[in-house]
Write a protein that binds this ligand. Structure first.
Ligand SMILES: O=P(O)(O)O[C@H]1O[C@H](CO)[C@@H](O)[C@H]1O
Ligand SMILES: [Mn+2]
Ligand SMILES: [Mn+2]
Length: 395
């Protein structure tokens, strides 16, 4: 009989890619490699991930492959037609996106912006693709004078609204986002996410706050998390998780302030008696360093995470399975400020598994994670993905 775990803890290191996918060129990404390039430009010391088999997946300079990797390890390809967070996370939970979401390289259509301005009773500044920190510096002062909100997008299907917390109070900004959400659900626009981007401070030193809020469309089909919830199991989202799945299939949700806070909250949850899935997204890698093209900060954040691993492994119990992976790449040494089309690393670890992990090879889809979770809890398997349970070597 196949053995099962009582609980799964799933960590997504947002944007921590591990090398270009074969179709990366189609996404404008030439020889991208988030982890590898960070290691090349500033050095990267990840002793704990290395022990788990990091460089057995893919050689990362400065981190020797382990003779006996502690974890089961491999890498996964993304099959969906996108490299955004929503697409990556949905695929992890068994939903593949074949038609790319609509993007707005020239800004949103005039008639949408006019309708939006009328509904919110404020003007719009910007309306173009931009980096979120650059555009508040560019238009923040004008925003403070006029009260008009800053609207911008990116290579992703996102309608982002930036406003100073003292100019547009948070509850109003959230209402404004709900209006944008309503307007952009229309098939004509089909925007995946509306994002509130509040900030504080003075021109020249604006700072975005942790009060960001995402309003995603609902997944088109039930996710593995919906199946868990329907089966009466816990499906706990920590950080952006609930936002990414529009609250679908989530039984409990906790916001986080930072990567370290996300790790703290996961450890807290692991100390409680949940039964099912605890799923955390660590977004700083992506939002604070990847999009900012800051390999130094990104490398430091990876090292900080690595330092937390012993504590994480200590907290994962005999009946728990830990899965660590990512949702796309964001090579901070690459041109532009957008995500990169990459493989993502995959680690599975439990005190009940063999001390020497086995290679899980190159997985064809992120959905193998969802298929594994579904198989483990005996709920309906997603349409895509192959369970990894039969490949695990137990103690
Ligand atoms: O440049 P900032 O505002 O961080 O925006 C980034 O964050 C968005 C959502 O994760 C991405 O689409 C990208 O535009
Ligand atoms: Mn992401
Ligand atoms: Mn991103």
């Amino acid at each position: 009989m196949l053995k099962r775990f009582e609980r799964v803890a799933l960590i997504v290191l947002d944007s921590v890619g591990i090398g270009a996918l074969p179709d990366a060129e189609k996404f404008g990404d030439h020889k991208v490699h988030t982890m590898g390039h960070i290691a090349e430009v500033r050095g990267l010391s990840l002793p704990h991930l290395a022990e788990m088999g990091l460089s057995n997946i893919e050689p990362i300079p400065g981190n020797p492959p382990a003779d006996a990797p502690k974890a089961h390890y491999g890498k996964m390809a993304e099959v969906s037609a996108g490299k955004d967070t929503t697409t990556g996370h949905w695929e992890l939970m068994g939903i593949q996106t074949s038609k790319p979401f609509k993007t707005y390289p020239d800004g949103f259509p005039e008639e949408l912006i006019r309708a939006f301005e009328e509904r919110i009773g404020r003007g719009v500044l910007g309306n173009k693709p931009a980096s979120g920190t650059a555009i508040i510096e560019e238009l923040g002062a004008e925003h403070m004078e006029t009260g008009s909100v800053i609207v911008y997008t990116s290579a992703d299907s996102v309608f982002q609204i930036a406003a100073h917390e003292e100019v547009v109070p948070l509850d109003e900004l959230y209402r404004i986002c709900e209006t944008a959400r309503e307007l952009t659900l229309d098939d004509r626009y089909a925007v995946v996410r509306v994002i509130a981007r509040p900030f504080i401070g003075e021109p020249g030193s604006f700072k975005r706050t942790a009060n960001r809020r995402d309003y995603s469309v609902e997944p088109p089909e039930p996710t593995v998390m919906s199946r868990l919830k329907d089966a009466g199991l816990d499906s706990i989202g920590i950080g952006k998780i609930s936002d990414i799945y529009a609250g679908v299939g989530i039984t409990r949700s906790m916001k986080t302030e930072s990567n370290m806070d996300g790790v703290d909250q996961l450890l807290q949850v692991l100390k409680e008696p949940y039964r099912g899935l605890a799923f955390v997204n660590l977004v700083d890698f992506d939002s604070k360093y990847g999009h900012r093209r800051d390999p130094e900060g990104y490398g430091q954040a990876l090292e900080d995470f690595d330092q937390r691993l012993p504590e994480i492994l200590e907290t994962v119990g005999e009946k728990d399975l830990l899965i660590i992976t990512a949702d796309h790449g964001n090579d901070p040494t690459y041109k532009g400020t957008d995500h990169t089309r990459e493989y993502v690393p995959l680690f599975l670890w439990s005190p009940s598994l063999s001390e020497e992990g086995v290679s899980l090879g190159i997985r064809e889809t992120f959905s193998d994670v969802g298929a594994t979770v579904a198989d483990n809890f005996g709920v309906t398997a997603p349409q895509y993905g192959t369970s990894l349970l039969p490949e695990l070597k137990w103690k």
